[in-house]
Design a protein around this ligand. Structure first.
Ligand code: NDP
Length: 491
């Protein structure tokens, strides 16, 4: 997985490009496939070309800027859950104080934590106002995309190695610097590779100049990667505008949907303190790579596709996608919100009358409302939402060729007609059309929702094991009362 995951990310990115097509045409003709042809089709820069100084410096500067915002923007201090061994509650700084809104009737949030993303949006807003779609941040991202990915992967490798080595400074019975550092139960097998991958330390600190020790796992969970995804989503929309002089409805839907998801996560930032990643998992390569490389570059594949191949959905398509998105978001937000309110403000009128099991451990488990419908109904909402980011790419796939080669092939003529109708053309005398690639691009643009289904099914089982260990017979009783895992009555 350590080497397979980076290769998979690069495969998804290289095979869908603005040079030859999506997927690259030679991949569709395995019989005549040669390495040279493939390298040409995917614009392979050579191993040395996977990195460059400009991208590496820009990525490091970007991380530094996230730390600056973290340090200077107004913040509130939030208490985390008790640490597994000592029971001590660590405190976390979330940039939120200035935006502490209470939307009680909507139960949207208790606190907000997205001033950093607002600061980045403000920078992008000013840059766009001055330079339009050619704002150098956008063009730099597009032109150095591969090298930006490599730089983030290298940071993930470096960070995972640093926290692994540093975790050996935790010694039984000795005070740690800073205090209250703990090892993660799942990352102390003794196998170097396994522990490096899973994460030996639960709450690893990293010394940041001017800030002191920052608990880096919580920081990485929602900061550079998630905010980076937001910047990528906007840069891809700008690229479509640069290519075609307009935004298609599909691009607007994908970008708005992703931004909503990201800002929602930042708005509810402190709720990650309850998540299994924070309370139980160690911080190793799995989380570092997931947060910094996998999430921003795999979750944004659809926008990158639409930047090159514009899709027009029309009124019915837009309404359909919005319905899917609205349904998913409603289930996702309402169920997560209900649990948060129930746990933090049990006397709130919206949850006061819900039935629950009082566990011997002390916590209460809801058995009605959303959490009485399925044990992870929130995952269902999240997964439904993921459809709304892939559906706008339609029956995906395109080939790129020189403008209007006027071949007599009937299929091409049809493509050409649709091309003219949709006003599709790339600058530089190139045309983008479905051609033989039609449908094959879905392997890339629908990858996210397939992967996400696997992630959520696996995550539910991990959480089930965790709760079984924690609650024992009370968890058996909850499972008896709420038999469905994710989809009520089906799974
Ligand atoms: P959940 O929000 O699903 O919380 C699970 C925990 O809630 C359990 O461990 C238990 O913790 C508590 N719990 C379980 N059942 C009940 C109940 N009936 N009543 C009250 N509390 C209960 O955790 P996740 O971190 O997995 O997910 C949070 C959100 O993040 C989800 O919407 C998910 O879809 C999303 N997510 C998105 C990802 C992405 O890549 N886009 C990745 C991962 C998650 P306790 O020990 O406190 O009782």
């Amino acid at each position: 997985m350590t080497f397979g995951l980076p290769i998979l990310v690069f495969t998804l990115i290289f095979s869908c490009n603005d040079v030859s097509g999506c997927p690259a045409p030679s991949l569709l003709n395995p019989k005549s496939l040669t390495l040279d042809k493939l390298a040409q089709d995917v614009a392979w820069p050579g191993f040395a070309g996977l990195v460059n100084w400009q991208a590496s410096i820009a990525v490091v500067a970007y991380y530094a800027l996230t730390f600056v915002f973290y340090g200077v923007l107004p913040a509130q201090i939030v208490e985390g859950g008790p640490l597994p061994n000592s029971g001590v509650k660590l405190t976390y700084r979330f940039n939120s104080e200035s935006l502490r809104w209470h939307l009680s009737p909507c139960r949207l949030t208790s606190d907000t934590g997205f001033t950093t993303s607002m600061a980045f949006l403000a920078i992008l807003g000013v840059g766009t106002a001055v330079y339009g779609a050619s704002f150098p941040v956008y063009t730099f991202i597009w032109d150095n995309y591969i090298q930006i990915i490599s730089a983030n992967m290298l940071i993930a490798f470096g960070l995972a190695t640093y926290v692994y080595v540093n975790s050996f400074s935790i010694r039984p019975g000795k005070p740690t610097v800073p205090p209250h550092r703990e090892l993660a139960a799942g990352g102390i097998s003794g196998s170097v590779i396994y522990d490096w991958f899973m994460g030996r330390e639960l709450n690893p600190p990293v010394w940041i100049p001017g800030l002191g020790y920052v608990e880096i796992k919580t920081y990485m969970e929602l900061r550079p990667g998630m905010t980076g995804w937001m910047i990528l989503a906007i840069a891809f929309a700008a690229k479509q505008y640069q290519n075609y002089g307009r935004f298609t409805d599909a691009m607007l839907l994908v970008t708005a949907g992703e931004l909503m998801y990201i800002l929602d996560a930042h708005w509810n930032e402190s709720s990650i303190l309850q998540q299994i990643d924070i309370t139980t998992d160690g911080f190793g390569f799995m989380l570092a790579f997931g947060d910094l490389a996998w999430l921003p570059f795999v979750y944004s594949l659809q926008g990158r596709y639409l930047a090159v191949h514009p899709v027009n959905l029309g009124v019915f398509g837009v309404v359909g996608v919005l319905t899917v998105q609205g349904l998913g978001y409603y289930i996702f937000r309402a169920s997560n919100g209900q649990k948060t309110v129930f746990r933090m403000q049990p006397n709130d009128p919206s949850v006061r009358n819900l039935s629950y099991i009082q566990t011997k451990h002390g916590s209460k488990l809801l058995t009605s409302g959303w959490w009485g419908a399925a044990r992870h109904i929130n995952y269902l909402g999240d997964w439904i939402m993921s459809w709304s980011w892939s559906l706008p790419t339609g029956i995906a796939g395109y080939v790129i060729q020189d403008s209007f080669p006027f071949r007599s092939n009937a299929g091409l003529a049809k493509d050409k007609a649709s091309l003219i109708r949709n006003d599709q053309s790339l600058t530089g005398g190139k045309e983008v059309m479905p051609g033989d690639a039609r449908g094959w691009g879905m392997v890339i643009t629908y990858f996210y929702l397939l992967y996400f289904a696997v992630l959520l099914i696996h995550r539910e089982r991990r959480d089930d094991e965790k709760c079984q260990r924690k609650y024992g017979k009370d968890w058996d009783e909850y499972k008896r009362q709420v038999p469905s895992r994710i989809v009520p009555g089906i799974y």
